[in-house]
Structures are given as structure tokens and as C-alpha cells.
Design a protein around this ligand. Structure first.
Ligand SMILES: Nc1ncnc2c1ncn2[C@@H]1O[C@H](COP(=O)(O)OP(=O)(O)O)[C@@H](O)[C@H]1O
Ligand SMILES: [Mg+2]
Length: 449
């Protein structure tokens, strides 16, 4: 694993006279609220590491200390106590010149209110950090044009900022931050001033951009949905303290305390949780070599109207329904391949549940989760999908258990067909256990990830 690019150790910022004494008291375990009223413990004992290439989100309500924390990261505030190590330099101990150097070489900021110069063209705005670095005009304008291109604003370079919409202005802000070519991007409520639709668009664009750039991004927000969507990891702050650090899924599914739990209640889970988190072992699945009789038995046991069919190496071939299998048995055929529906929905484990919702609407089968070789890892039945979105266990009585695909064929009907149409002489009829065996280990592998 790579070394952290940013490392914060017990960083504390107290505002007010006698701050350093107060920080010592805090370190001894005095509760922040017990400090004299004229002191503000804005950040208390923050400790975390950020890995290169990570989007690390700091999330908390207004006044929880986010901006103070970010100002310690870029050296604008000296911590009252603790260490803030950026690319190997402890800013708390460094002299002013060193702090400026670290900031110039490693850190760019994107602000909530864009902070663009109104009388300069968009291009000149983006070139500004390069101008400050003393880079020649031609070179900086070329670089700035390239950055504008990367945020989709190539055509707007000669406009004034005021001629652009809010979303576009913030893209200029991002292009400007990128132009400096630093490895760390600090974004303080960068999208909070944008209206919701534009804001979502920007979140998605930032993620796309990050796929190419691999910057280290510290993103500050008071919006949990934004935090969950953007963050590889999230630090949740409350009253100056970091109360939990974890991946969005960890925070959603395992909140550290009631405060976080309350907070995550209203999260748009569909956008955060992935197929991997909602999938369950595929109980209704048969090998391609199984005949329709075995398939019917497996479906009957699983109380499902369909089964996935797996080829060599558990590769997903498609699905068969109980009706088609019954027809095959009646016809005396054993060729399961002839009735396979090939276009069953299959997704990768990292697909957001929001994408699954659409798929689930127009397929009878549960959604198959497959790896890059199209091997079946698990399935997301509709009931599980709904349950994970509602944050209730799928076994709860609040949600009626339905099996995908829902069948209107009664088990007795299936039995009757099997009895009336005995297996052809000599044809192999895999026993139930045999038919299911390779799939059982397929599903265990899938669920242990
Ligand atoms: N320069 C300052 N002087 C005194 N108190 C401050 C200063 N800056 C912030 N604070 C206080 O520190 C706390 C945290 O503020 P801030 O870091 O801006 O929170 P956030 O960005 O999460 O809204 C608040 O109580 C705020 O009033
Ligand atoms: Mg703030």
C-alpha cells in the first residue's frame, strides 16, 4: 500500500485567547464543552491519513469544523496542537516559507463561490496560478486552454466569468485548480452554491475527471448524499471531532453511533450501495449439462419460476423458466440449451443500485451479478433490492418475500408433469444435489468476495 500523501495526527484548533492551554486540557481529556465560553474548539484531535489518488470527503453540519480543518491542511491556520503532514512536511513545525512552498507545489483549492476575477477572460483566470508560478505567457495560456478543454469549456475561453452559468463558472474554478498541476486538490463546499441538478452533474463530472487525473482530493461538504456519492472514504465531523471514518458503505451499513445513524437515515442509498452489497447467493441455478427435469426440481426447491443456466467455469449462459422447462419435459426433449433466454440482465458488482432499479423493472429474473468473465457471483432479487434501499433486512415481515421470477405454476403441477413424462431410457437425470453442487460453491465464492 502506498504511503499517505497527507497525514493528520491529533490536529486541534482552538480559537480564542489561551488556546494552547485549552488544547492541553483537551489532550488531557477535558470535554470541549467544558472549556471557558470565550474559546472555540473548532477542531479537536483530528487523526486520519489520505492515500494518493483518493477522494477523501469531510462531511459535517455547518459549524462542525470542516473549513477550519481544511485551512490547517493548506497551512492557512497553524494547528494549536498536533501534526499536519503534507507530502512529508509537518506544516505545524515548518517556517512560513516552507509552508508556502509546500502549498504552491502540492495544493490547489476550489472554493464555493468560485473566486474568479470578473475582468479577466475565462482563459486568463485558469492561467492565473501559472502566472503566479512565473511561467511564460504562451506556455501558461496553452496549458490553461488544455485544462478548459478537459472540463468541456474549450469554446468559452474568451468569455468573461459573468457570461457563464454557475456550473460553468465552477468548472472554470476546477480548471484553474488543475492548471497548477498539484497532486492535492482541496475543495471546500465546491458544489454547494449550485442548484441541485447542476450539482449532481458536477459530482458526476468530478468523478469522471478523477478517473483520468488520479489526484488526491479532499472534498468538504455538509451534504451527506454528495459525500456518499463522491467519497472513497468519508470522515464524519461533529462539533469539531471526527466521529467516524469509513467507506460510504461502511458508514451506511455500520454507523459508529446514533448520531451517524440518524444522519444516514435519509441517504439516497440507491446511488451509494452497489450490486455487490445487495447480492445474495444464487439458489436457483443449474449447469447447462442438466436437463429440464433437474432444472424444474431446482426451481421448485427455490420456489422460483426460473433458474439461471451456467456453462463451463460457471459462466452465465442465460435463464430458463419453469413453463418452458415443463414444455420441454412434455416433449421428451432434454436439450436445455434450446429454451435458454439469453438476454437476462447481468451487471458488474460495482453497479449502483440505482441502475439496477431500472433493470429490475423490465426483467422477470433476478439481476445476475457477474465478474469480467461473466461468471455468476450472485443475484439481486427484487426483494433484496428493495430491502437494501429501505435499510431493512430482507427477512423482515414488513416486506412480503417474493421469489424472482414469480411463478404461477404450482409445485404439484410440476410434479405431475415429471411423473407423467418419465425420463427417457438411458438419459442422465442428474440428482438434485449434483445439479446444484457446482453452483453452491459459485455462490459461496461470490458472497465472500
Ligand atoms: N477565525 C475564527 N475565529 C473564531 N472562531 C472561528 C473562526 N473560524 C471558525 N470559527 C468557529 O469554529 C467553528 C467551526 O467553524 P468552521 O470550521 O467554519 O465550520 P464548518 O466549515 O464546518 O461550517 C464554528 O463554531 C465557528 O464559529
Ligand atoms: Mg465551512
Amino acid at each position: 500500500m502506498s504511503d499517505p500523501i497527507l497525514s493528520v495526527r491529533g490536529a486541534t484548533k482552538v480559537f480564542g485567547r489561551g488556546a494552547s492551554d485549552a488544547a492541553k486540557q483537551l489532550a488531557r481529556g477535558v470535554a470541549p464543552e467544558k472549556l471557558p465560553k470565550h474559546l472555540t474548539p473548532a477542531v479537536v484531535d483530528a487523526t486520519f491519513d489520505v492515500k494518493p489518488g483518493e477522494i477523501f470527503v469531510v462531511m459535517g453540519l455547518s459549524g462542525s469544523g470542516k473549513s477550519t480543518l481544511i485551512r490547517m491542511l493548506n497551512g492557512l491556520w497553524e494547528p494549536t496542537a498536533g501534526e499536519v503532514i503534507v507530502a512529508g512536511t509537518d506544516l505545524a513545525k515548518a517556517d512560513a516559507a516552507t509552508v508556502r512552498k509546500v502549498r504552491r507545489e502540492h495544493i490547489s483549492m476550489v472554493f464555493q463561490h468560485f473566486a474568479l476575477l470578473p475582468h479577466r477572460s475565462v482563459l486568463d483566470n485558469v492561467a492565473m496560478p501559472l502566472e503566479i508560478q512565473g511561467i511564460g505567457k504562451q506556455e501558461r495560456l496553452a496549458k490553461a486552454a488544455e485544462m478548459l478543454e478537459s472540463v468541456g469549456l474549450g469554446k468559452w475561453k474568451d468569455k468573461r466569468p459573468s457570461e457563464l452559468s454557475g456550473g460553468m463558472q465552477q468548472r472554470v474554478g476546477i480548471a484553474r485548480a488543475l492548471a497548477a498541476d498539484t497532486d492535492i486538490l482541496l475543495m471546500d463546499e465546491a458544489f454547494s452554491a449550485l442548484d441541485p441538478l447542476i450539482r449532481r452533474e458536477m459530482q458526476e463530472e468530478l468523478k469522471d475527471l478523477q478517473e483520468e487525473l488520479h489526484k488526491t482530493i479532499i472534498f468538504i461538504t455538509h451534504d451527506l448524499n454528495e459525500a456518499m456519492f463522491l467519497g472513497d472514504r468519508i470522515a464524519v465531523m461533529r462539533q469539531g471531532k471526527i466521529v467516524q471514518i469509513g467507506t460510504p458503505e461502511e458508514i451506511l451499513t455500520d454507523p459508529a453511533n446514533d448520531y451517524v445513524a440518524q444522519f444516514v437515515q435519509d441517504v439516497d442509498r440507491a446511488r451509494v450501495l452497489t450490486a455487490a452489497s445487495a447480492m445474495v447467493p444464487a439458489v436457483s441455478a443449474v449447469p447447462l449439462s442438466a436437463g429440464p427435469r433437474a432444472a424444474l426440481r431446482v426451481m421448485n426447491d427455490a420456489q422460483s419460476g426460473g433458474a439461471f443456466v451456467l456453462g463451463q467455469g460457471r459462466k452465465l449462459e442465460g435463464g430458463v423458466t419453469d413453463r418452458r422447462a415443463m414444455r420441454l419435459v412434455k416433449e421428451g426433449s432434454t436439450d436445455l440449451a434450446s429454451i435458454i433466454k439469453r438476454d437476462v440482465a447481468a451487471v458488474s458488482p460495482d453497479t449502483p443500485l440505482s441502475d439496477l432499479l431500472e433493470l429490475a423493472a423490465d426483467t422477470a429474473f433476478p439481476i445476475a451479478v457477474v465478474d469480467e468473465q461473466r461468471r455468476l457471483l450472485g443475484v439481486v432479487p427484487r426483494v433484496t433490492l428493495l430491502a437494501s434501499l429501505a435499510n431493512v433486512p430482507s427477512t423482515t415481515s414488513a416486506i412480503p418475500v417474493q421469489h424472482d421470477p414469480i411463478t404461477d405454476v404450482r409445485p404439484e403441477e410440476v410434479q405431475a408433469v415429471l411423473d407423467e413424462h418419465p425420463a427417457p431410457e438411458g438419459a442422465s437425470t442428474p440428482a438434485r444435489a449434483e445439479a446444484a453442487a457446482p453452483l453452491d460453491d459459485a455462490s459461496t465464492e461470490g458472497s465472500t468476495k
